[in-house]
Design a protein around this ligand. Structure first.
Ligand code: BGC
Length: 375
């Protein structure tokens, strides 16, 4: 009796975890079936580093589902927005933790001209295109490879082939996004994208963070530093009008740390247009760390490091409390903030902005790191 019970348990365990590696180094990598989408299997991958902290990912949208790190007293909490079921990911469109492409953020009127050819994109944000269009990379199933590479760092490589003219963008693009979860509690994200035709690209990750724990109130009390002396002000459609403006003397000056709530309600035209902070900051790229978020009660800190020219600080202004995620916790208005590393919004139409063009033979390579610690 006991033997058959054990056998059944073993079989179920094998069915649930088709891969379960616990290594001598103390880290582990597991996967289980999350569901099916578009005729493809979707999995939930759990990486534990040797410190016992957890990063969960899914190949639907190459998405970060869960980041569990301690506060200064060692209490563990998931600090990013995510869902418990695949259906919630496929039914909603909030980009929780997903990779966003082929062009993250907005392209005005959903069109641009490249070498005298006008390309018309799928429109999904008023008259404009947002985050690659309705069928962007957040909404497709990626191939994946779970690996601990040569350095024993639990990692996942996601791969996707974006066909020529997908959502209106030219060129077959091969995309590789690698997440490494280090013992230093860093998520290292490497993007590697190549094309067979001249195209435009802006790829990012759209994770929402709340360092008190996802669903534990708003982020107005989070202290933010962004080493950016300028930002790109926007029009009523949140499209930059092409000029970089100095942050000095404005509520956009985060070169010294400020809590989010300190100035977010100020009567400032840009804040009114964004419903709060929803703007691209022009990174100075002078220090190793480009941005810091600190939550004083938990003591949790997140440092962000990137080689990209910009970062979108988005404070969940469009969240209205109708989204609930892990454990049924409600993600309220301004319940999370995003630091989306990027090229500037609408660059394909703005010649003064750093070019977002990718050419055949010159793959785009970029790295962004989110590092978690306590203070
Ligand atoms: C944009 C917001 C948008 C949000 C959607 C952000 O990157 O800047 O304007 O509402 O994504 O999740």
């Amino acid at each position: 009796m006991k033997g058959s019970y054990l056998l059944t348990t073993l079989v179920i365990a094998l069915m649930v975890f088709s891969c379960n590696q616990k290594t001598d180094e103390g880290y582990s990598m597991q996967k289980k079936v999350f569901g099916d989408y578009d005729g493809k299997e979707v999995v939930l991958i759990t990486l534990k580093n040797s410190e016992g902290n957890t990063l969960k990912l899914t190949n639907y949208g190459a998405t970060i589902v869960w980041i569990e790190v301690p506060d200064r007293d060692g209490n563990m909490e998931n600090i990013t927005f995510g869902y418990e079921t695949l259906d919630e990911y496929t039914n909603g469109d909030p980009y929780f933790g997903s990779v966003v492409g082929r062009y993250a953020n907005r392209i005005a009127k959903g069109k641009f001209i490249l070498d005298d050819i006008e390309y018309n994109l799928a429109i999904n944000n008023g008259m404009n295109t947002l985050h690659g269009g309705p069928g962007g990379w957040h909404s497709v199933v990626w191939d994946y490879e779970i690996t601990d590479n040569e350095e024993n760092i639990p990692s996942v490589i996601f791969r996707y082939h974006s066909p020529d003219m997908e959502e209106g963008y030219p060129g077959n693009m091969v995309i590789e996004v690698t997440y490494q979860w280090t013992d230093n509690n860093e998520i290292i994200i490497d993007y590697n994208c190549s094309t067979d035709k001249k195209t435009v690209l802006n790829i990012t990750n759209h994770a929402y963070f709340n360092l008190k724990g996802a669903g534990n109130g708003d982020i107005l009390d989070h202290e933010v530093t962004i080493l950016a002396s300028q930002f790109t002000p926007v029009d009523q459609d949140l499209i930059p009008f092409g000029e970089n403006i100095a942050v000095e003397g404005t509520p956009f000056d985060f070169t010294q740390s400020h809590i989010v709530g300190e100035r977010i309600e100020e009567d400032n035209e840009q804040l009114v247009l964004g419903g709060g902070y929803d703007h691209n900051f022009v990174l100075d790229n002078v220090e190793e760390v480009d941005a810091i978020v600190y939550e004083p009660k938990s003591g949790r800190m997140m440092e962000m490091i990137t080689d990209q020219p910009g970062v979108q600080l988005y404070c969940g202004n469009f969240l209205d409390g109708t989204e609930a995620g892990h454990g049924g916790k409600v993600y309220e208005h301004r319940g999370g903030l995003c630091l989306e590393t990027q090229h500037f919004p609408d660059s394909p139409n703005q010649s003064a902005f750093p070019s977002s063009v990718v050419e055949p033979g010159s793959p785009f390579k970029s790295r962004t790191v989110y590092r978690f610690s306590v203070k």
